[in-house]
Design a protein around this ligand. Structure first.
Ligand code: ATP
Ligand code: FE
Length: 333
């Protein structure tokens, strides 16, 4: 069975298609993303412009995805779309489009939680079984969940201030490295000395598993003013952030007795983070290519999980929600 997934939660118009085999294995057939460029001139995402761009692009992106998969609309068995969290106006475009499409095709519609999509982006292709730990490191979240059973998410820790991706973006802007900051920092770090700028480990000695990036951000600002080069700043910040993320996650895994960890969201694309997690001895699973940052395939994977478990389709009255916690809510998968 083939499932279409749509994500329009922020400034990327994503449409993906996955195939669900009878045994539950999934395969990504298409993953098309239109990353909006209109926001660059404003230095941040303009919600109203984001919605308008989604409206203008979604038809084309859907056609691109169908072409990539070699399918027609009639070949689809279910449609999934993100209902939150995200920008309400942006979410509404993909959500309404998905509902309309499902109804026109006479197939089930599933609304999906954006963060569950990020987690499925890694977990599904690896065919992971629960229990596992899931670290979502993206532009808006740095959240650590324990996933003891399918569809059950317990919040273990979260950032007290900025998200990891947000810190990458802000420090990149400070160092004049451009946007989005993650890939820019990662590239500049290759040419810098990670030991040149001292960063204090955040929340040292905490008993819990929370995250914080405001201290690193302030330290970066001071180092920048003191003349640290963009490359040295990038290398040192990246090393400090990676070390902190890995250490906290490993402590949580030991505390909960988990051997498998899913790391997903845009920052999971970071090569240094992947390398460091690779050395922990844990079974660490990352999203495949093109599945780290926002995309439609991850939402199709959430829809596939729902279909696989014979979940009730979502009512067509389901609305978009700006803030909706993943823990203790009803889920697709
Ligand atoms: P959320 O999912 O929390 O709503 P979002 O959807 O905006 O936020 P994603 O698209 O998952 O976030 O990720 C975008 C973030 O990932 C940006 O902050 C970007 O800088 C960061 N990022 C992308 N590539 C890398 C990389 N190679 N290294 C570090 N960070 C990266
Ligand atoms: Fe995201």
């Amino acid at each position: 069975r083939r499932i279409l997934g749509i994500d329009t939660s922020c400034d990327d118009t994503g449409v993906g298609i996955v195939e669900l085999a009878p045994g539950g294995r999934v395969r990504v057939l298409a993953n098309r993303i239109w990353s909006q460029t209109v926001h660059a001139q404003y230095g941040g995402v303009m919600p109203e412009l984001a919605s308008r761009e989604h409206v203008e692009r979604i038809d084309d992106i859907l056609q691109d995805a169908l072409r990539e998969a070699g399918l027609e609309l009639a070949d689809l068995h279910a449609v999934a779309a993100t209902s939150g969290p995200g920008l309400v106006g942006a979410l509404l475009v993909g959500l309404m489009y998905g509902k309309g499409l499902a109804q026109a095709l006479g197939v089930p519609f599933y609304s999906a939680h954006h963060l569950e999509g990020h987690i499925f982006a890694a977990a599904s292709e690896a065919n992971l079984q629960t229990p596992y730990l899931a670290l979502v490191v993206s532009g808006g979240h740095t959240h650590l969940f324990d996933v003891p059973a399918p569809g059950s998410y317990e919040l273990v820790g979260a950032t007290k201030d900025d998200a990891a991706g947000e810190a990458f973006d802000k420090i990149a802007r400070l160092a004049g490295l451009g946007y989005p900051g993650g890939p820019a920092i990662s590239a500049a770090a290759l040419r810098g000395d990670p030991h040149s700028v001292p960063f204090k480990e955040p929340l040292q000695g905490q008993k819990g598993f929370d995250f914080s990036f405001s201290g690193l951000k302030t330290a970066a600002l001071l180092a920048h003013r003191a003349g640290a080069t963009p490359e040295n700043l990038a290398a040192s910040f990246q090393q400090a952030a990676v070390k902190f993320l890995v250490k906290t996650t490993v402590r949580a895994a030991e505390h909960l007795g988990r051997r498998t960890v899913v790391v997903s969201g845009g920052v999971a694309a970071n090569a240094a983070l992947r390398e460091a997690f690779g050395k922990t001895g844990l079974n660490v699973v990352f999203p495949g290519k093109g599945l780290n940052t926002d995309n439609g395939a991850m939402i199709a994977l959430a829809g596939a999980a729902a279909l696989q478990k014979n979940r009730e389709p979502s009512p067509l009255t389901v609305g978009a929600e700006a803030y909706v916690p993943l823990a203790n809510t009803s889920k697709t998968g």
